[in-house]
Ligand binder design. Structure first.
Ligand SMILES: CC(C)(COP(=O)(O)OP(=O)(O)OC[C@H]1O[C@@H](n2cnc3c(N)ncnc32)[C@H](O)[C@@H]1OP(=O)(O)O)[C@@H](O)C(=O)NCCC(=O)NCCS
Length: 169
C-alpha cells in the first residue's frame, strides 16, 4: 500500500503524525475549548499514549492521523485523519478531526476532511468511511453534512450519545 506521509490542501500542509508532535498535541489536549467535545482535557502522559497508539495504527494499517499546519505561517492548526474504530461492536474506518480554536469557523475542518476522504476512497480504496459526533456538537455535524456524509442513527460511543454518519465510495 502507498503510504501518504505528506500532502497539501489549498491552505494547509499535512504531515504524518510523529512522536515529535508531542508538544503541539499536548497544547491541544490541554485546551478546554477544543477538548470539550472530545472527552475533556488529557494529561501529557495520556497524550504520549495517544501518540503511541496512533503511531501503532500507522504501522498496522498504513494510514492514520496527520498534523496540519498553516501553509504561510507554519503554525499548528490541528490534527485529522482516518482510523479504525469500534462502532457498535464492528470495526469501521472513521474520519476524525480537531482544530485549534483560533482557527475555527474558516472552513478548515471541511478542507482537511475533503482531502482525507479523497485519500481514503481513491488511494486506500476504502468502500465506506464513517464519522460521528456528540449529539450536542453542531459544528462537527455541519462539517459532516458539508462533506456529504449521510446521517444514519444515534449511537452510544465512549458512553455518550453520538450521531453516526456514513459516506460510501
Ligand atoms: C468541529 C470542528 C472540527 C469544526 O472546525 P471548523 O474548522 O470550525 O469547521 P468548518 O469551518 O469547516 O465548518 C464549521 C461549520 O459549523 C458551523 N457551526 C459552528 N458552530 C456551530 C453551532 N454552534 N451550531 C451550528 N453550526 C455551527 C459553522 O457555521 C460552519 O458551517 P458553515 O460553513 O455552513 O457556516 C472544531 O470546532 C473543533 O475542532 N472542535 C473541537 C474538536 C471536535 O469537536 N472535533 C470533532 C469531533 S466529532
Amino acid at each position: 500500500m502507498q503510504l501518504v506521509e505528506n500532502f497539501s490542501t489549498p491552505r494547509l500542509l499535512a504531515e504524518r503524525l510523529r512522536f515529535q508532535h508531542l508538544h503541539e498535541l499536548c497544547e491541544m489536549h490541554q485546551n478546554t475549548q477544543v477538548m470539550a467535545t472530545l472527552g475533556g482535557v488529557r494529561s501529557d502522559e495520556n497524550t504520549r499514549l495517544f501518540i503511541f497508539n496512533n503511531l501503532h495504527h500507522w504501522q498496522r494499517y498504513g494510514f492514520g492521523l496527520w498534523v496540519f499546519r498553516d501553509k504561510t505561517s507554519h503554525k499548528f492548526v490541528g490534527r485529522a485523519g482516518l482510523r479504525n474504530s469500534d462502532v457498535e461492536g464492528i470495526n469501521k474506518v472513521e474520519l476524525a478531526y480537531a482544530i485549534m480554536s483560533d482557527f475555527w469557523g474558516q472552513g478548515l475542518a471541511t478542507e482537511m476532511g475533503e482531502a482525507i476522504l479523497k485519500i481514503g476512497f481513491e488511494l486506500l480504496n476504502l468502500q465506506e468511511i464513517v464519522c460521528f459526533a456528540l449529539t450536542t456538537n453542531q459544528a462537527s455535524q455541519r462539517v459532516m453534512e458539508k462533506l456529504r456524509f449521510k446521517y444514519e442513527h444515534e449511537i452510544i460511543h465512549a458512553n455518550l450519545p453520538h450521531l453516526l454518519y456514513r459516506l460510501t465510495a
